[in-house]
Design a protein around this ligand. Structure first.
Ligand code: HEC
Length: 111
């Protein structure tokens, strides 16, 4: 009985570790993929060019949060037409790559 519990715990840990490994994106690929995003999520003062409206800051944002947000825009759980269009064309791997890149930029205050 006890060994079964240990086995279950091990299975859970393995699952968590493999999930963490898959959550790793490729920063170099993400940099290329994120060029389209920067038109709106510009790094400078986080406003897009025209019409000027504020967009959420992505630089330094937690990668897991970005991936989650993109999946929600893609599925429609978060409704926003522009971001739905953006997210719909991305695979999970591409989302992870982009997220890794934005996270790697760090917060502007930390430079
Ligand atoms: C045409 C402008 C535009 C483009 C291009 C664009 N976004 Fe966005 N994005 C927005 C706006 C506006 C919001 C805020 C939407 C809302 O209120 O839910 C947003 C929200 C987000 C959020 C949620 C942030 C948060 O703090 O909740 C993420 C993540 C995101 N965008 C990622 C991306 C990525 C990755 C790309 C490129 C593939 C991209 N965006 C391209 C305008 C844009």
């Amino acid at each position: 009985m006890r060994s079964r519990i240990v086995a279950i715990i091990f299975a859970c840990i393995t699952l968590i570790l493999s999930f963490a490994a898959r959550a790793d994106g490729d920063i170099a690929k993400g940099k290329v993929l994120s060029q389209t995003c920067l038109g709106c999520h510009g790094i400078a003062d986080y406003t897009n060019v025209y019409p000027t409206y504020r967009v959420p800051k992505l630089a330094g944002q937690n990668a897991a949060y970005i991936v989650h947000a993109l999946q929600e825009y893609k599925s429609g759980a978060r409704s926003h037409q522009t971001m739905h269009a953006q997210a719909s064309s991305l695979s999970l791997q591409q989302m992870q790559d982009i997220a890794a890149y934005f996270q790697s930029l760090g917060s502007p205050g930390q430079h």
